[in-house]
Design a protein around this ligand. Sequence first.
Ligand code: GZL
Ligand code: ZN
Length: 342
Amino acid sequence: MKKKLAVMALAAATLSMMAMPVYADDLVTVGYAQVGHESDWRTANTQNYQDVFSEENGYSLDLVDCDNDNAAQLEAVRTFISKDMDYIVIAPIQSAGWDTVLQEAQDAGIPVIIVDRMVKVSDDSLYTAWVGSNFELEGKKAAAWLKAYLEKTGRGDEEINIVDIQGTIGASAQIGRTKGLEDACKENKNWNLLAKETGEFTQSKGQEVMESLLKKHKDDIDVVYCENDNEAFGAIDAITAAGKTVGTGKDDILVMSFDSTKTGLTDVKDGKIILDTECNPLHGPRVEEIIKALENGETPEKQQYVDEEIFAAVKDVESVNADGKDYDVTVVNDKVIKGRAY
Ligand code: GZL
Ligand code: ZN
């Protein structure tokens, strides 16, 4: 009887040990220097990292919202270094200016994973891996769609006046999307790029810039190329407030956008945005795979691009070709929006 009691006591003690909360020193500590909270895309990206790098998944996530402020972002990274975090993740507001602090992280022996946008560094051994989007390809896809759409609707030879509401200047997302459009304007002699102005990836700035462009270019604007959905929302408000129409027809201003957030795709379904090129914010799981590989002493892939589609309000163009690859165009309806994760 005594022996049985002893066994039961041991079992109870073992069970209670297993139920013990995971102590901080068991968690993998991750510092994430996040761009800010400027857009719906950014909100989805932040939520995704909080979902993936949770305590129950074995992580302690220190996410700092740097509010689009470069100095604050460098400071956040230096704080992570002083806290000796296991991993540092950076979504760089700007591409430039990273060599020094990345060297400091390397000297401290902390692997750095760059996500979303890219850094321009003298030596890419300064970061361990990168997961993000090919922004120039996004721009090429959007421009290829516009060319096909104009041809399909009998406007292939028409003079087309375009304004570019750019993202945050110096962000690789802005650099790539602007380049995709500029190169297409060089190729298509009848496309005129009337203006490029930053909308900071925000709705309020997008509206402000659109208002000033309408004052300056009056009825001459045919296409507004917004480098993210929040700018497009602002531009649409400005266009309609000026008594003009957005849409898909010859007399409408055609609004193009990037991100393909649910709100953006709702405007596509309603015909207010004619084309929305996806930029996928949900790369938390890819980053977790990289961290798991590093935890196991493996070497992760240096660069990983996320997969991205294109969404249209009209069915005239079924697919586009960019960088030698064909991309199907998805016409947006309620079912498409219901199936979207962000
Ligand atoms: C792109 C990302 C951009 C989004 C914007 O990967 O960096 O920043 O397109 C966000 O919505 O502000
Ligand atoms: Zn703010």
